[in-house]
Design a protein around this ligand. Structure first.
Ligand code: CAA
Length: 259
């Protein structure tokens, strides 16, 4: 399928999604959010894709939700716009494949929120992060008030959100918002290398780990451990478990089939 604001490429077992509205610094308007919704479905239904990289074209990852679209919204349409973004980001977060954000530049507002809906964030040294919404008279609307404190802790999240301040990549690394910072020209290669390592593991097991971590973080420890036991058991119904363990015992090459 062709998209207007998203470039979707497949490289072996890795999908690379590039948000591409560079004239508006890849700001997320409804059209782009709806395309993101569709491309997530496309990826979910493609058994050949084991990992996803999400990045932006030009000098921004995503500079936020589209301010020109939001400017004249009212209570009803504002809520609807927030619900659209949240639904799509939650879908991305729940996608049964790991997603790496390769944050190439500005990740502000909805852009920072989009990166947080991914599993892992790698940043270019030129990237900048922030939730500048209160400077526009709004709250973060695509999950920022919820995912930022979960990632960096309450105090740091409140400081970032209340002050609207924009931080550089090294500060984002220091507070745990990103996993790694690399030089801009190394960003995609680094993200690909990581995606390839993940794509070389048993994909169903990786997917179940994602589900266990994401779901477990919302549960009390006893329920979370019980859920882990469930999915651990489920692994033994897969061919990949048999292949992986047989290869280990017989000292042969492992070959996962996503089955
Ligand atoms: N929405 C719509 N258009 C945007 C945009 C956004 N979030 N961010 C940038 N643009 C547009 C600019 O209006 C400009 O368009 P024109 O050329 O037509 O004037 C173009 O992109 C280039 O931007 P700048 O000229 O401003 O570029 P710069 O390098 O001088 O500044 C920047 C870069 C600091 C990122 C600045 O563009 C900026 O502050 N952008 C807004 C960031 C922001 O506030 N994001 C949060 C949005 S609210 C949100 O996201 C709510 C939510 O949680 C859902």
């Amino acid at each position: 399928m062709e998209y207007k604001n998203i470039v979707f490429q497949k490289e072996d077992k890795v999908a690379v999604l590039t948000i591409s509205r560079p004239k508006a610094l890849n700001a997320l308007n409804s059209e782009t959010l709806k395309e993101l919704d569709l491309v997530i479905d496309e990826i979910a239904n493609d058994d050949e894709i084991y990992a996803v990289i999400l990045t932006g074209e030009g000098k921004a990852f995503v500079a936020g939700a589209d301010i020109s679209e939001m400017k004249d919204l009212d209570v009803i349409s504002g809520r609807k716009f927030g619900q659209l973004g949240n639904r799509v980001f939650r879908k991305l977060e729940s996608l049964e494949k790991p997603v790496i954000a390769a944050v190439n530049g500005f990740a502000l507002g909805g852009g920072c929120e989009l990166s947080m809906a991914c599993d892992i964030r790698i940043a270019s040294s030129k990237a900048k992060f922030g939730q500048p919404e209160v400077g526009l008279g709004i709250t973060p609307g695509f999950g920022g008030t919820q995912r930022l404190p979960r990632l960096v802790g309450l105090g740091m999240a409140k400081e970032l959100i209340y002050t609207a301040k924009i931080i550089k990549a090294d500060e984002a690394l220091r507070i745990g918002l990103v996993n790694k910072v690399v030089e801009p020209e190394e960003l995609l290669a680094e993200a690909r290398a990581l995606a390839n390592i993940i794509a070389g593991q048993a994909p169903i097991a990786v997917s179940l780990c994602k589900a266990a971590i994401n779901k477990g973080m919302q549960l009390d420890i006893d329920s979370a451990i019980a859920y882990e036991a469930e999915i651990f058991g489920e692994c033994f119904s897969t061919e990949d478990q048999k292949n992986g363990m047989t290869a280990f015992i017989e000292k042969t090459e492992k070959c996962f089939k996503n089955k």
